[in-house]
Design a protein around this ligand. Structure first.
Ligand code: ATP
Ligand code: MG
Length: 332
């Protein structure tokens, strides 16, 4: 039995909480998964440096933030330092040509989004990559999320279950107008920060030097190593927290008036600025302070998201069985 399962026992004395621990243990990214991604990163960085000499490749997203599962893709950021900013589409086009000549890469595909990405696969496996150019905020927030993920034992199982629940209920796809995984994670952290007895603090407030927004990017991965676990007085079980999370967004949170700020560990009043005006869901990016939930721009999708919180809360409150909102066996 893994050590973390033992220590998690104190938060898993009821059936629902046990089911959450079980799902977490089955699905969480394994060391071997990360090692595969890291090996690919090293090879890619070496091949990329034959064209862009000083470029550095960073793994980001759920592969690195402690919130990944076995099937998670590998998000990456290529950092090219220099006086003039390179055009991301140009760089990605050059990389696309290079990648077509690499024996361990296949299905290279350029996506011209607000943050353009090159999507590709490792040949002969299911491992998928999303690579961006110089979107360094993704490196900063990956290590902020990683610090939250390890601040309390309950965070990783809680978030993994919420991500699986959202995906199962088709509200976890920003390209289809619903919530990105990143948005969901910030929503969970916000709930845990604003409980009467908080499970999490604001790490940006408590450790400003480790999360200084303009820190040299090479130093960013160091931060989390120095942060001790947070000692919360909240002893709620995993099941209680999951139920509370659904309830918070089903009944307490005021979507029309409040902005979720993990940076400040509270809900901020919505003002009339460009960023928040006419937006259905407002979730502040902890470093850039823009809206990470701007993909939710259709009333229909917004209503579907709220309905899912309400319906799942109603069912789970009644049944206290994870299978009632997420058929665990079909997911593992
Ligand atoms: P999954 O396991 O589902 O792949 P993920 O944690 O990788 O989840 P994504 O939503 O795919 O989450 O985002 C990957 C990473 O990209 C995030 O961890 C974050 O670093 C960055 N990111 C995503 N959306 C934004 C955004 N709106 N602003 C800034 N950074 C973002
Ligand atoms: Mg990802």
């Amino acid at each position: 039995v893994p050590e973390c399962a033992n220590s998690l026992q104190i938060y898993a004395k009821d059936k629902l909480s046990c089911q959450m621990v079980e799902l977490f243990e089955e699905c969480q990214q394994q060391d071997s998964d990360l090692a595969r991604k890291e090996l690919c990163r090293t090879r890619l960085q070496k091949d990329i440096q034959s064209v862009f000499g000083v470029a550095r490749l960073y793994l980001t997203g759920s592969s690195m933030n402690g919130l990944g599962c076995r099937s998670s893709d590998a998000d990456m950021c290529l950092v090219i330092k220099g006086n003039k900013k390179p055009d991301p589409i140009h760089v990605l086009s050059v990389l696309q040509r290079l990648f077509k000549s690499l024996p361990y890469v296949e299905r290279t595909h350029l996506i011209r989004a607000k943050v353009p990405i090159l999507r590709f696969k490792e040949k002969g496996s299911d491992l998928e990559f999303d690579l961006n150019i110089n979107n360094t905020v993704g490196i900063r927030n990956t290590f902020l999320l990683r610090s939250y993920a390890y601040a309390d034992l309950r965070i990783r199982p809680m978030i993994l279950v919420v991500k699986k629940w959202a995906r199962h209920n088709r509200i976890n796809d920003a390209s289809k107008g619903t919530l990105s995984s990143y948005t969901l994670v910030l929503m969970v952290l916000h709930y845990l920060q604003t409980l009467k007895e908080p499970v999490l603090p604001s790490l940006q407030r408590d450790y400003p030097d480790y999360f200084y927004p303009f820190m040299d990017i090479d130093m960013v991965p160091e931060g989390p190593k120095h942060i001790p676990p947070y000692r919360s007085r909240n002893e709620s079980s995993l099941g209680e927290l999951l139920l509370g999370f659904l309830k918070y967004y089903a009944t307490d949170f005021r979507w029309d008036r409040q902005v979720i700020s993990v940076r400040e560990a509270k809900a901020l009043p919505k003002n009339n600025s460009q960023t928040w005006r006419n937006k259905f869901i407002c979730v502040e990016e902890p470093f850039e302070r823009n809206n990470v939930a701007r993909a939710v721009h259709e009333k229909m999708k917004f209503d579907a998201i709220k309905a899912e919180f309400a319906e799942s809360y109603r069912i789970l409150q009644d049944r206290k069985d994870l299978n009632s909102i997420l058929p665990v066996r079909t997911i593992i």
